[in-house]
Design a protein around this ligand. Structure first.
Ligand SMILES: [Zn+2]
Length: 189
């Protein structure tokens, strides 16, 4: 993901600018940047294991919602989330504005299919529960359709611990592939 623009650094430079100029109003303005966003950060850190991508969202009111957090590096509260976002020394992270299609496309393109589908479904659940945040969506790897439900598929093990999906398909393509695969098996018999 090293070739993608680093939104974290953009956010950080805005913050530093604000601190140079003056007080708390600007600090508030800075925090407004952290609304309606999906944040991808390096969580994990179990004994003997490396980091893994974790996710949280901040809704339009700036409320924190955990999407996936793991290990001692997992972020589970708004306080920790803001402290992390404001930390100059943090590990790399990506911030995706949920009303910015280009940033959502970047997330779709750069991230593991299972994570993209998982985050999308989790945000849909939040919206269903009344949280004020824009829906996430992704693009079918087969037909390119813009969807917000569908399936991650083509799973492969990753070091025997994490399981990751390599493909995400809209319902139509998923069932088409599923039935075609079954037809192939029938033909072989
Ligand atoms: Zn499709």
């Amino acid at each position: 993901m090293s070739t993608t623009p680093n939104h974290a650094e953009e956010a950080l430079s805005i913050e530093l600018m604000d601190k140079d100029s003056d007080g708390s109003d600007l600090a508030e303005a800075c925090l407004e940047d952290y609304t309606n966003v999906l944040v991808q950060y390096q969580g994990g850190g179990y004994d003997g294991c490396f980091w893994e991508w974790n996710y949280f969202v901040l809704d339009k009111a700036g409320n924190f919602h955990d999407i996936a957090s793991s290990g001692y590096k997992g972020i589970t509260t708004k306080e920790k989330a803001l402290a992390y976002l404001e930390d100059d020394d943090k590990d790399s992270l990506y911030i995706y504005k949920l009303n910015d299609e280009e940033q959502i496309k970047e997330f779709d393109r750069e991230c593991n299919a299972g994570h993209v589908v998982g985050c999308t479904n989790k945000i849909a659940e939040l919206i269903e529960a009344g949280v004020d945040i824009d829906a996430l969506y992704w693009f079918c790897d087969e037909c390119g359709a813009k969807v917000n439900d569908g399936k991650a598929t083509d799973y492969s093990g990753c070091g025997g611990i994490a399981v990751q999906a390599n493909t995400k398909l809209c319902e139509d393509c998923y069932y088409k592939q599923y039935y075609e695969d079954n037809d192939d098996e029938d033909d072989d018999d």
